[in-house]
Design a protein around this ligand. Structure first.
Ligand SMILES: [Zn+2]
Ligand SMILES: [Zn+2]
Ligand SMILES: [Zn+2]
Length: 257
């Protein structure tokens, strides 16, 4: 009676395959630059104004640096000036963590203040953001990859992004997000808040905004609040805008691509 035997084997095989499949990170489309689902808007910046007093390498008081502006052609500094992040990413890798799902760890040592990786995704407006959040809530989604930068400018790495979407939250993080202007474009980078060794998990403070049910925090930090209290991974960035830079209030038109 060979038939039931075969069937049983087949079932075992399927189960095994399913188990194996669970060990792969959830799928997403890997992209290298932000994809704009809103009209790409250059902030009213004057491209011609760079740092003109810096000579070779820009230091802490460089006018570009204090405004979180990446040095550009308009600057007199050298091409190798350190105030040009977003050029070279650090080596990082995705790992399965004990209690925080998938995470990212350093694959090379990183010094304090160094640029690690850009936070990349689809740039969406507030209406699209809200719609997606409701969809996720109904679907019972546990992982949120949205980073709200300003009105009508949320970077959503849910569907498209890079490894930065796997960084976990910690109440005592070793990374921070910074908003920069790079040749007129707003870009968000993950930077090292302290020196980081090879194999160390990379984390930042999500600064959640209330959206779904409370979720337990597993970051293990001594100052951990225990609960994230809030669920939506939307970080409000209030960083680094120079006083000369005005924000425009005009809402960009939505372009569905
Ligand atoms: Zn400079
Ligand atoms: Zn420079
Ligand atoms: Zn400069």
């Amino acid at each position: 009676m060979p038939l039931p035997y075969v069937e049983e084997e087949f079932n075992i095989d399927l189960t095994w395959k399913n188990l194996e499949k669970k060990e792969e990170p959830p799928s997403y489309v890997n992209i290298r630059r932000n994809i704009y689902l809103v009209k790409k808007k250059r902030d009213d910046c004057d491209d011609d104004i760079g740092c003109t007093t810096c000579t070779s390498d820009c230091c802490e008081n460089c006018v570009c640096r204090v405004q979180c502006l990446s040095c550009s052609k308009a600057c007199r500094c050298s091409e190798t000036c350190k105030n040009r992040p977003f050029r070279k990413e650090k080596k990082i890798k995705i790992v399965k963590t004990e209690s925080c799902g998938w995470g990212v760890e350093a694959a090379e040592s990183i010094r304090k203040g160094e640029f690690i990786i850009e936070y990349i995704g689809e740039v969406i407006d507030d209406a699209t953001c809200e719609q997606r959040l409701w969809d996720m809530k109904y679907q019972g989604t546990q992982n949120f990859y949205m980073c709200e930068i300003r009105k009508d400018f949320t970077i959503d790495a849910t569907f498209k992004g890079n490894l930065s979407r796997f960084l976990n939250h910690s109440c005592d993080p070793n990374c921070m997000l910074e908003k920069w202007q790079v040749e007129g474009e707003t870009r968000v980078g993950v930077f090292a808040a302290q020196s980081i060794k090879v194999g160390e998990p990379l984390t930042y403070d999500y600064r959640f905004v209330q959206f779904g049910p409370e979720v337990k925090c597993h970051c293990g930090a001594s100052n951990c609040q225990g609960f994230l209290g809030t669920k939506k991974k939307i970080c409000k960035l209030d960083l680094c805008w120079g006083s000369k830079r005005r924000r425009t209030s005009a809402s960009p038109a939505v372009i569905i691509v």
